[in-house]
Design a protein around this ligand. Structure first.
Ligand code: SAM
Length: 285
């Protein structure tokens, strides 16, 4: 197998197909085979895996997914690319390219159909950076039966997804993500392994859904509360949470009942403390 993810092969493919990379689609192609190999190996854990890829580009990661997975289905938005992929992935009959904006796919239907066919379903991608969070939240909120989601993103964004209480990156995104998923750091990826080279480094994270996710009845209400508590970084819980429920006196009582100091800041609260506050507010404890 001749890897696509090398500087010379990538340039050769771009020249052959008279292709230029499109910035508005977040096209930074991987040119280091050991990185794509590690993503594919981390994503595919069973012999019966169907890998869904978001944004195959010219096939750098797709090729390695094809090496390890039973079937690969890749969603690509750029209409110039299916023809290129037909050429670069000609050796792999078990890959299917769907020319479609991933954000408009009915992901539950897609995943459930593959599950019915008996596959273990995983998602793997070098995500287009401009829509990392919308793509991940589409997957998280779908609750589709996906085993793992192994994705590359900007290092700064990855740091927020996996941040722990009191760290400088801990924010509402960290709490909400960690409510829904286990988050595992797979690797750091320097900017020099992309063409064109972006300004920032990247990281690969692996998400898997938590089984006890039914802890709150109304997830959207819980997420809104968490976001409100982080709204003004320097303000105390009494201020942020008080503004959210629109009654400072009541906020004070609820915080006391939840065992949270009124002068605490959201960044010092654990996921469990946010859950306690939510349940106190709902009158359920
Ligand atoms: N997987 C390739 C690699 O690692 O070299 C390309 C990764 S590149 C960072 C992101 C890819 O996502 C591009 O091919 C881009 O065209 C595609 N893309 C961007 N927005 C998309 C969307 N909404 N749906 C599907 N693919 C998208």
């Amino acid at each position: 197998m001749k890897p696509i993810a090398t500087p010379s092969r990538t340039k050769e493919i771009l020249e052959k197909h008279q292709l230029y990379t499109k910035k508005n689609y977040g096209q930074n192609f991987l040119i280091e085979p050991s990185v794509v190999e590690k993503i594919a190996r981390s994503a595919i854990q069973t012999e019966n895996t169907l890998a869904i890829e978001i944004g195959p580009g010219i096939g750098a990661l797709t090729q390695y997914l094809c090496e390890y997975a039973k079937k690969v289905v890749a969603f690509e938005i750029d209409e110039r690319l299916p023809e290129v992929l037909e050429d670069t992935l000609a050796a792999y009959p078990h890959v299917e390219i769907r020319l479609q904006d991933f954000l408009t796919t009915n992901i539950i239907e897609v995943v459930e159909n593959f599950k019915k066919e008996g596959y273990d379903v995983v998602v793997a991608a070098n995500l287009p950076y401009y829509i990392t969070t919308p793509i991940l939240f589409k997957l998280f909120e779908s609750r589709a039966p996906i085993d793992t989601i192994t994705v590359m993103m900007q290092k700064e964004v990855a740091d927020r997804f996996r941040a722990s209480t009191c760290s400088k990156d801990y924010n509402a995104l960290s709490v909400i993500t960690q409510y829904m998923c286990h988050v595992k750091h797979i690797m750091h990826v320097p900017s020099r392994v992309f063409l064109p080279k972006p300004c920032v480094d990247s990281a690969v994270l692996q998400f898997s859904f938590k089984e006890n996710r039914d802890l709150v009845e109304d997830e959207q209400a819980f997420f809104a509360m968490v976001k409100a508590c982080f709204k003004q970084k320097r303000k105390t819980m009494l201020n942020n949470y008080g503004a959210y429920i629109g009654d400072k006196q009541k906020a004070k009582q609820l915080l006391v009942k939840a065992g949270i100091a009124e002068n605490a800041r959201a960044e010092s609260l654990s996921l469990e403390q946010f859950l306690t506050l939510y349940h106190v507010e709902q009158g359920s404890v």
